[in-house]
Design a protein around this ligand. Structure first.
Ligand code: NAD
Length: 517
């Protein structure tokens, strides 16, 4: 069997044998199991089998596919303890991060796509626009691309892995999912659930392996849905361009929070702490930097620091046991330590946290930093951990300018009691999404497209766009009634050409004449 070319990604946190990958519990350091490190041939075989199974799945129609999705929703609810346990043990996230983000998103999403897919993908009738298409029937159809390769990250082993498979499947595609080698067990569990929910054989596969396994999907699938870092997303896009297959990219972020002087400070401070630290800050749309008006800066910083100091961190042990879990991926710890050290050296005040926690497991203390600026890595590069740097700004214009001073543009938020003012500010933020007086929850607004701009991605998930992207379009024009010969048919005749010429001059020449008159 040929080996897959290696990438810079370390395969899992644990040691790797030739044909298996060890998976570690980051909260304890224990190896919890192994998954196969599949060869190129094994992955290609899965794609071939998925391709063979796809027409039968498509033929089931929306209602038949929806039945499987709704059965899967039921399966997840009934097996939620096992799902949560799997998520917690391979990622080190808390019980609540697993339940209220991963489980809730998946069951909400299964129901949403089961209900909405048909509406988003039904034939669209297009109105004729001129005498050129007058009398024609114009239809736009959506057809599944075939086999979708979904490549996912480690921070949300269900939301950003299986979550993107749901609309792809509802559109009538077969799917091969390549989860991160750090957290593969949740995806394997979802495959088990789909089988128990009546999904026909081979429609869904999980291809475990390191980064190279993702590359095999790009070489073999008909479309790639990628979620991960901007660096890897760029490689995936380049590789996909060679085959001219579509890619949808959900990449890194550095989400700004803008707090205006008339904000509800208590709500804003609670939200800052929640949305910077939940999931250990390992969320692509975490609040990564905060800009606060100078009039309320000190009060806001004090509130946030006080709330952060009260958070409990440690090995998750059931509901309500801890607020912040572990750092899932070993390499992330180095980024956190480097960003905090750089900020400290350049004059930031570390008000709480700032270091790795002593003892077993891999934990970084929830960290609040004040007096930060854009000379610091923590304000300009994705940190992806439990850090909350807060910068003082003179006014709203400075806040917007700094928020936009980033290569990223994923989510963002603006906080003010004056909603009209906040919405006006929101419209100036360069991001794929902006919340007013909220953050992150827009990810659960499944009817609204969500995606990044600038280096945060291409394309979107959710809403009509979030399922139409898994289709190729097919435009059909039907001429129901026509003369034996249209005026433009060969052979050309001077009289017909003159007639058409007059028509062109009449329709397209009048406006210009009027404008120049
Ligand atoms: P990553 O880019 O290292 O890996 C993502 C996936 O790509 C993994 O499955 C990995 O094995 C695979 N991969 C690695 N090299 C590859 C290659 N050459 N070809 C194909 N696949 C390859 O990202 P990560 O560290 O797992 O995840 C963290 C990143 O994901 C952060 O930057 C975060 O912001 C981003 N993220 C974005 C979103 C979003 O919706 N925009 C959501 C979650 C995470």
């Amino acid at each position: 069997m040929s080996t897959i070319e290696q990438t810079t990604e370390k395969p899992g946190n644990g040691a790797r044998a030739q044909d298996s990958i060890a998976v570690e519990n980051p909260a304890t350091g224990e190896i919890i199991g192994h998954v196969p490190n599949l060869s190129r041939e094994q992955i290609e075989d899965r794609v071939r089998r998925a391709r063979a199974a796809q027409p039968g799945w498509e033929a089931l129609g929306f209602k038949g596919r929806a039945r499987v999705m709704l059965a899967m929703r039921q399966w997840i609810v009934e097996n939620r303890e096992r799902v949560i346990e799997t998520l917690v043990s391979e990622s080190g996230k808390t019980y609540e991060d697993a339940l209220l983000q991963e489980v809730l998103y998946s069951v909400h999403s299964l129901g949403f796509w089961a209900k909405k897919a048909e509406r988003y993908l039904r034939d669209e009738r297009i109105r004729p626009q001129s005498w050129l298409d007058f009398g024609k029937k114009l239809v736009l159809r959506y057809r599944p691309v075939g086999v979708v390769g979904v490549i996912g990250p480690w921070n949300y082993p269900i939301v950003n892995n299986f979550g993107d498979c749901i609309p792809a499947l509802m559109a009538g595609n077969a799917v091969v999912l390549k989860p991160s080698s750090v957290t593969p067990f949740s995806s394997l569990l979802m495959a088990e659930g789909l089988k128990a929910s009546g999904l026909p054989d081979d429609v869904f596969h999980v291809a475990t392996g390191a980064g190279g396994a993702g590359g095999v999907l790009v070489d073999n699938c008909d479309m790639i849905m990628f979620t991960g870092s901007t660096e890897t997303g760029r490689k995936v896009a380049e590789q996909a361009a060679r085959r001219l297959i579509p890619v949808s990219l959900e990449l890194g972020g550095k989400d700004p929070m803008i707090v205006l002087e008339d904000a509800d400070l208590e709500r804003a401070a609670n939200a800052a702490v929640t949305y910077a630290f939940s999931n250990g800050g390992q969320t692509c749309i975490s609040i990564e930097r905060v800009y606060v008006h100078e009039k309320i800066y000190d009060e806001f910083v004090e509130k946030v620091t006080e709330k952060a100091r009260q958070l409990r961190q440690g090995k998750p042990d059931g509901a309500g046991s801890v607020d912040i879990g572990a750092i899932t991926f070993e390499d992330q710890m180095e980024v956190l330590e480097r960003h905090v050290a750089d900020a400290r050296e350049k004059g930031a005040r570390i008000l709480t946290g700032g270091k790795r926690r002593e003892g077993a497991g891999r934990f970084f203390e929830p960290t609040v930093l004040a007096d930060v600026d854009h000379s610091m890595l923590i304000m300009t590069e994705e940190t992806f951990g439990p850090t909350l740097p807060i910068m003082k700004v003179r006014d709203e214009a400075e806040a917007v300018r700094l928020a936009n001073d980033s290569p990223y543009g994923l989510d963002s938020s603006v906080w003010s009691r004056n909603v009209a003012r906040a919405e006006k500010v929101a419209r100036q933020v360069q991001a794929g999404a902006t919340c007013v007086n909220d953050a992150l929850v827009n990810y659960f607004a499944l009817g609204q497209p969500f995606g990044g701009v600038k280096e945060s991605g291409l394309g979107a998930r959710h809403g009509a766009k979030g399922i139409q992207k898994y289709c190729r379009t097919h435009s059909i024009l039907v001429t129901r009634f026509g003369p034996r010969r249209d005026p433009n048919y060969l052979p050309y005749r001077k009289s017909r050409t003159r007639l058409l010429e007059r028509l062109i001059a009449f329709q397209f020449g009048r406006g210009k004449a009027r404008r120049s008159a």
